[in-house]
Design a protein around this ligand. Structure first.
Ligand code: 4AD
Ligand code: MG
Length: 479
């Protein structure tokens, strides 16, 4: 057995001294030919390894370079130096993998996020990305824990589908055709009947429609998987491949939906506050440094931890789209034409500048906006009695904008088919979906939370490419 190591996190958590351990990890720095800062990914805190002068041969010492992997056996002693309670006094040091210091791109200094994005395959070895992805892991774990504890069934919805759940036409095609020479129909169009699945297929944009099928049997389900959108939005908030959490609940209306979403967000943020203190504190101080570069009026009023505490301790603001439009229309920002898109009438879609104005300037807290005009929302949302709006719900977060999109679903077969026809959604092809309404339909609701947008919010990062291990964006699918 090779792996008889103790993880650094465990060693640093305890005050215990005078016992022997084996530790393996990567060298972050080596100073005075004596002190190795060693990291194994379990925590941002490095273990100080002391290689007593004169005890180790020159060849070994020369190979202790930034990025090299080493195995150290020795004893844990209390540290004389500042910054750590214990350190490892090395008895033996074995070089597992050398790293040419002149060629290794990561040096013991601060690198820009842009540079690290170019070497995303190595950025897991930095403190910032160590913290981000350990937090991402914890958030994912908390998602499952939250729903499991509530008795939701985790339903694996398909990645390859034949439907465009959102009806937005932003799908990636899936085909096994030779693209140079696909079979054609008489009219020259591609004959998908001959394709692998016997029809045109695409990568899923949302697991919702399948989630609804599950909810009609299990009562409450959730999905948590990758979703794909070929929207050409090159922003700091959009990915072509992102992860979405989509609960779907039978016997629920819009209020139940909003209550669950708020409870859910607070729970998972609380979970990382309880379990990822070191990583959050690291990112909080990182953010503080960044903020110092900004002019005073642009700095955030709260630190990262304060902001997260605030979110879990305060109610989200709830209001309707109509109320939001009134606030925006009457705002000085609008009157002074500071918005790129001026709000002049009811019915317009909100841009992220408007969403951010509401959460950051007006309410200064997360906002749940409900009952949007039906024209700007998807076909499956339940019509309200006013004939103009649907039982939609978006949650907007400070610094992010839309983080959740959801709705009560149209459970009435006649109303749903009518709306599908109006919006040119293929009723025949979605016959399986309509079966939920034909046989034992019930009021039901659900939402989708963009996982990366949540990770952005929790880590205080500002570019979505920095909170997913391998970002896929327009013109970029590296690694
Ligand atoms: O608002 P959306 O499009 O809603 C749905 O897909 C519904 N079917 C969800 C449901 O009711 N089950 O997307 C949901 C969330 C957004 O609020 C946003 O957080 C995130 O997914 N999202 C993206 N995140 C990153 N990159 C993109 N391109 C995103 N598009 C949506
Ligand atoms: Mg949306």
């Amino acid at each position: 057995m090779f792996n008889n190591r103790t993880k650094i996190k465990e060693l640093l958590q305890s005050d215990k001294t005078d016992y022997d351990v084996i530790v393996m990890g990567w060298v972050r720095s080596f100073r005075n030919n004596q002190f190795i800062a060693m990291n194994d990914g379990s925590t941002n805190n490095n273990l100080q390894v002391v290689a007593e002068l004169g005890k180790f041969d020159e060849t070994t010492l020369r190979k202790i370079t930034t990025g090299a992997s080493i195995k150290v056996a020795g004893s844990i002693i209390s540290s004389l130096g500042k910054g750590q309670k214990v350190e490892l006094k090395a008895k033996t040091i074995e070089i597992l993998g050398e790293s040419d210091a002149d060629k290794f791109p990561l040096q013991p200094k601060k690198h820009s996020l842009e540079f690290l994005r170019e070497i995303a395959h190595l950025r897991f070895r930095t403190n910032t990305f160590g913290s981000i992805f350990r937090i991402r892991h914890s958030l994912a774990f908390a998602v499952h824990k939250f729903f499991n504890d509530k008795g939701f069934v985790y339903l694996h919805t398909p990645i390859i589908t034949a439907s465009d759940a959102e009806g937005a036409g932003e799908t990636f095609h899936v085909t096994s055709f030779d693209l140079e020479n696909p079979p054609k129909n008489d009219d020259g169009s591609v004959n998908f009947k001959e394709d692998f699945f016997g029809k045109a297929t695409n990568l899923t944009v949302s697991g919702q429609l399948e989630g609804e099928l599950g909810a009609m049997g299990f009562g409450e389900v959730y999905t948590f998987g990758p979703t794909f959108r070929a929207e050409n939005s090159n922003t700091t908030r959009h990915l072509a491949e992102f992860w979405m959490i989509e609960p779907e609940m039978a016997f629920s209306d819009l209020d139940d939906n909003a209550n669950l979403a708020e409870e859910f967000i607070k729970y998972i943020i609380g979970y990382v506050l309880d379990n990822n203190k070191d990583d959050l504190e690291f990112l909080a101080s990182r953010l503080l440094e960044e903020e110092k570069q900004k002019p005073l009026q642009e700095r955030s009023e709260m630190g990262l931890l304060e902001k997260l505490q605030f979110v879990i301790n305060n109610n989200f603001e709830r209001l309707t789209y109509t109320e939001a439009i009134d606030i925006l229309r009457e705002s000085n920002h609008n009157k002074k034409k500071k918005f790129q898109y001026i709000i002049d009438k009811w019915g317009v879609d909100l841009q992220s500048e408007h969403e951010r104005y509401l959460v950051e300037k007006h309410f200064k807290k997360p906002v749940i906006l409900t009952n949007y005009p039906k024209e700007i929302k998807a076909f499956y949302m339940r019509s309200n009695d006013d004939g103009k709006t649907v039982a939609a719900m978006d949650i907007l977060a400070p610094g992010i904008g839309e983080i959740v999109g959801g709705s009560q679903r149209e459970e009435r077969l006649d109303k749903l088919t009518e709306r599908m026809k109006e919006m040119n959604i293929p009723v025949e092809e979605l016959s399986w979906y309509l079966d939920t309404r034909r046989f034992g339909t019930v009021p039901h609701a659900g939402f989708g939370l963009g996982f990366e947008r949540l990770v952005l919010f929790v880590t205080g990062m500002t570019n979505i490419r920095d909170v997913i291990p391998f970002p896929r964006t327009p013109k970029s699918a590296e690694f």
